[in-house]
Ligand binder design. Sequence first.
Ligand SMILES: Nc1ncnc2c1ncn2[C@@H]1O[C@H](COP(=O)(O)OP(=O)(O)O)[C@@H](O)[C@H]1O
Ligand SMILES: [Mg+2]
Length: 451
Amino acid sequence: MTRAISLHDVSKAYTRGTRVVDRLSLDIAPGEFLVLLGPSGCGKSTVLRMIAGLEDIDEGRLFLDGEYGNDLPPSDRDMAMVFQNFALYPSMTGRDNIGFPLRIEAPGTDPAPRVDATARMLGIEDLLDRFPAQLSGGERQRVAMGRAIARHPSAFLMDEPLSNLDAKLRNHLRAEISQLTRELGVTTVYVTHDQSEAMSLGDRVAVLRGGVLQQVGSPRTVYALPENVFVAAFIGTPRINLLRGLVRAPLDGAMTISLGKQFLRLPEPLSLDHQLLRVQQGREVIVGLRSEAVRIAKPAAARTGEVALTGLVEHLEFQGHEVLVHFDTGSRPALVPELEAPRPAPGRPARRRRREGGTVLERLRERAGALRAGPVATAEAPGRPDPDPGPATATAEPRLPGDLIVRTTPDIRLRHGMQVPLLVDLAHLFVFDQHGRRICPSPDRLPDLEE
Ligand SMILES: Nc1ncnc2c1ncn2[C@@H]1O[C@H](COP(=O)(O)OP(=O)(O)O)[C@@H](O)[C@H]1O
Ligand SMILES: [Mg+2]
């Protein structure tokens, strides 16, 4: 009824030399809801299609319930796919769309009882006699789900099934999918580029970047203990604040992380995690502060573990129940290239290097771009005009002003240009090394986060 899916060092290249999936290993338990999450083009659909048997596996092995499955034809895998574009037969009614695969699988058997039972389960009985053109987007996707469910497959493979729907419907169907797949207890691999969808649906989330698995874990774990700066930046809204910092650990004084014009003074006695930062003395690091790690309050209000900063209000984003305040704290933001622009443009790093000599971070960024792997962040001074705006300046999301975004309640009165006291909770401090790997909280610490 439900099955285990395992990928062992699976790779795929469409053109020679460029792996779009690179040595991916993943064990999906029977009945588990696993989400494959990553930006567009990172290989999610390719992974799903390899599991379905629609795409050959170049290297590595696929196991279905422990049995070698690389060469199994798709029809023998007993899996049902649901796609983004609904993929219904336009000339068939809802009933026939749902019943069609059943007729193919078991010719001569009347599909009606299963079609009716599925329609009842999905609450789409009244849609069965309509044609796809007579259905709304959400209704079509329900029929498509019905077609997948009616087959009683051993696994569901869903490729961005909600992407074409409006936000309200998406939330609604998200809850339905979650409930249905759990009721049915069928292993589900769900592909999305939407982190909030991944977090709300998955038992576990597997984060992919450039065909390389970055981390797999429960939503809580990937949020609270991201293994690298890419995962940290990809998961969570508003996006984690990433600032370039410099660790200073004098033998005879307090340890600090300098953030350009200000610094974070690590409270004494140093926590174990902060002690481990000592080896970074004199090195550049990336400081990660989620919006909940910073609050607007005077230094006198500091609780244990909180240290003071100040920020200049640059921009206010009113969201109704809260306000996102963009502060300039005089620090330099670290950028995660893939998350700033659709693709790191070739050519630009070379121009930068000539002009500026090239920092370690920039060189690393180039190297990682070449490898399509290895997490790396980079940094740019905010607001610095680029005299030679190449294609790389066409960013997906225009960069917002300020280097630190803080959430606050709408009743706090703030104006553009105000200097505001901030408190940073160092219990929520992330530090990543120059390669983007998390070094604080220490990777060796094993807090009991998994359910
Ligand atoms: N049939 C194909 N032929 C050549 N390249 C492909 C093909 N399908 C996908 N690709 C490329 O492989 C990479 C991964 O694609 P895909 O798995 O569709 O990513 P995602 O689903 O994460 O957006 C992309 O760079 C894409 O352009
Ligand atoms: Mg895709």
